[in-house]
Design a protein around this ligand. Structure first.
Ligand code: C5P
Length: 231
């Protein structure tokens, strides 16, 4: 039977900003790798969804070893590409025909909340909606750099939102959008859908706890979140 929702977890990045030979998605958070915590959270919210994890070719054996070690049921595994866009495209190739919705999540975000996931799925009940993405307000003051990057002007932060994952779309529309050639602005899936002219996505409420592990300090912050039982 084809699942109504297919989740693609992209975890094929090398994490250059993280600065460690072990990619950030495999770092331990209280004894469990970041990417397994991400999958645990998604499975709790959507137990019937199909799932694919996209991994760097060189990490496939590592992941299989970790699955044995943690007695963790591996989702379907597929090898990723040089960019997030290419990794999602390869994940999409595993989505069965007849699947209604595709959710894409960054494996480097261990704590997508159930409330956030339920709200994304509920938003897609409206047939007019092409996609939904969780966002959070920006808290820092902002400056916009001039074209030559030498000058800057203040920028109104109340008009900006930081975009998180998971993001959700109609499977057929996401497939068509991913037929576009790659652009550097494709850092998430909403940007691909909109570039393909599928229409604007709906913004839902994200959560500051849904952090993306980017720098080593984020591991300490994520451990604090885990231990504070706010999840
Ligand atoms: O680099 P960034 O943190 O924006 O990556 C977001 C997510 O995309 C991460 O979970 C990362 O593993 C994944 N990614 C990927 N393939 C790439 C680059 C990034 O799956 N080539």
């Amino acid at each position: 039977m084809v699942s109504d929702i297919h989740i693609i977890v992209v975890a094929a990045g090398s994490g250059t900003r993280f600065g460690s030979p072990l990619p950030k998605q495999f770092c331990q958070l209280e004894g469990r790798p970041v990417v397994m915590r991400a999958i645990d959270s998604l499975r709790r919210a959507l137990p019937d969804a199909a799932m694919t994890i996209v991994l760097a070719e060189s990490d496939i054996d590592r992941f299989s070893y970790l699955c044995n070690l943690h007695q963790f049921a591996s989702p379907q595994v597929v090898a990723g590409g040089a960019t997030r866009w290419e990794s999602v495209k390869r994940g999409l190739a595993t989505v069965a025909d007849g699947t209604r919705l595709v959710m894409v999540h960054d494996g480097a975000r261990p704590f997508p909340t159930e409330t956030m996931i339920e709200s994304l799925v509920a938003t897609m009940a409206d047939d007019a909606v092409h996609g939904a993405v969780p966002v959070v307000p920006v808290t820092d003051s902002l400056r916009l750099l001039s074209d030559d990057r030498l000058g800057s002007v203040p920028f109104d932060r109340s008009r900006l939102r930081a975009v998180q994952t998971p993001q959700i779309f109609r499977a057929d529309e996401l497939r068509r959008a991913y037929e576009l050639p790659y652009q550097e602005t494709f850092t998430d899936d909403a940007s691909v859908i909109e570039a393909a002219g599928m229409g604007e996505v709906v913004l839902t409420q994200g959560d500051p706890l849904n952090l993306k592990i980017t720098h080593p300090l984020d591991i300490t912050i994520a451990e604090t979140i885990l231990n504070s039982a706010v999840l």
